[in-house]
Design a protein around this ligand. Structure first.
Ligand code: UT7
Length: 355
């Protein structure tokens, strides 16, 4: 068995900065409300018609590959985590391969649809392939172009103000040094409340799940024997094509599951909270991160938050924050790094890395 190290890391955020004040101009919200409830001051939006989850991922991936000291043709597997893919299908993994000019068809490309915990799941999957000796260099990315699919009216304010665009990437590499790299990964899911944080259209549900949850929602499906559609005019006219979230419900579970899943990773490795040199939480809400920090008894310098600048970038948030922490020198060789996420699904997980 090999172990999996982070060979290189990179990130990219688009140039356009959108402040809370900017959002005040398009919806009924306030800088004060957003900062008080989420800690967010601004976020970045990709350039329309030019940037996508894939194009942003390319920038992050190129940096990660260069820092890993390999060539793009050395990559033998791609794992792409996103909830805002360029296409309904095919996934972004193959688009990334094409955009990067990786012509080697011996490689595989896999998309991960696990939203906020997507990067944790992606690391865990990559780790298994490296450990067993199947692959040597796996490119793992998390990228999101949220700004293309948010409701910029007051109706969507509880969701829209939170999210931002960006991408992060790592190259996972084979290592023979014991005790180095990914020490343990822990994944969880509970589909009971799938609709509490979801974008259910376009989809092939035909209203099924919504009815099962006891709510009858009319999605305007045609009453014909064949010929249902993923998307129709009613969905557009009634704003049924946006993400939906019961914020408080999600918040309460998040603050419970983060400490639980981190505790699980520490227990598995025989380590203590005090052994953590850097905790990089999924940047869902600064208040969630601060709550978890208090529960774990970590000092400010042991936790990396950048949601203030970038908002919640879902699958991209951990690699962007981790990259920033590493670039600033806050993550050094030998450090114990803890990553954790909770979100839509619900899915959650943690990873411990000896850097
Ligand atoms: O990364 C994926 C995982 N996601 C999360 O972990 C998110 C977890 N949840 C949260 O972060 C918080 O629940 C939110 C930040 C989303 C919302 O904060 P909250 O304190 O739970 O607010 P709320 O949804 O309970 O709404 C409180 C009030 C409501 O008004 P009324 O009914 O009290 O009059 C909302 O309409 O705040 C109102 N509101 C807003 N006001 C100004 C909701 N969004 C906004 C807004 N600006 N953007």
């Amino acid at each position: 068995m090999y172990s999996t190290k982070i060979g290189g890391i990179g990130s990219y955020v688009p140039e356009k900065e959108v402040t809370n004040k900017d959002l005040e101009n398009v919806m009924d919200t306030s800088d004060e409300w957003i900062q008080e409830r989420t800690g967010i001051m601004s976020r970045r939006y990709g350039k329309k018609h030019e940037e996508t989850s894939t194009t942003m991922a390319v920038h992050a991936a190129e940096i990660a590959i260069e820092r890993a000291g390999i060539e793009k043709e050395d990559i033998d597997f791609i794992i792409f985590a996103t909830l805002s893919p360029d296409y309904y299908f095919p996934g972004c993994g193959v688009l990334l391969q094409r955009e990067m000019g990786i012509t080697n068809t011996e490689i595989g490309a896999l998309d991960i649809r696990n939203q906020c915990s997507g990067f944790i799941y992606a690391l865990s999957v990559g780790d298994q392939f490296i450990k067993t000796g199947m692959y040597k260099n796996i490119l793992v990315v998390g990228a999101e172009m949220h700004s293309m699919g948010l409701d910029f009216t007051t109706r969507g304010r509880n969701v829209t103000v939170i999210f931002g665009d960006g991408a992060g990437a790592v190259v996972l590499q084979r290592s023979t040094e014991e005790g180095q790299g990914i020490l343990t990964t822990h994944l969880h899911s509970d589909g009971t409340y799938a609709e509490k944080l979801a974008m259910i259209n376009p989809g092939a549900h035909g209203g099924y799940h919504a009815n099962k949850m006891g709510e009858h929602i009319d999605y305007g499906y045609p009453d014909t024997e064949y010929g249902e559609m993923f998307i129709n005019h009613q969905m557009i006219d009634h704003a049924q094509l946006y993400p939906q979230m019961e914020g408080q419900f999600v918040f309460k579970l998040a603050v419970q599951k983060f400490p639980e899943v981190i505790g699980e990773a520490l227990k598995k490795t025989g380590l203590q909270t005090s052994d953590i040199d850097m905790f990089v939480p999924h940047q869902a809400n600064l208040r969630i991160s601060q709550f978890v920090q208090r529960r774990l008894g970590l000092k400010n310098e042991q936790v990396w938050n950048n949601i203030q600048k970038y908002g919640n970038t879902t699958a991209a948030s951990i690699p962007i924050a981790l990259c920033e922490a590493w670039e600033s020198g806050a993550v050094k060789p030998g450090d114990l790094v803890c990553l954790a996420a909770f979100g839509s699904g619900f899915t959650w997980g943690s990873v411990l890395i000896r850097w």
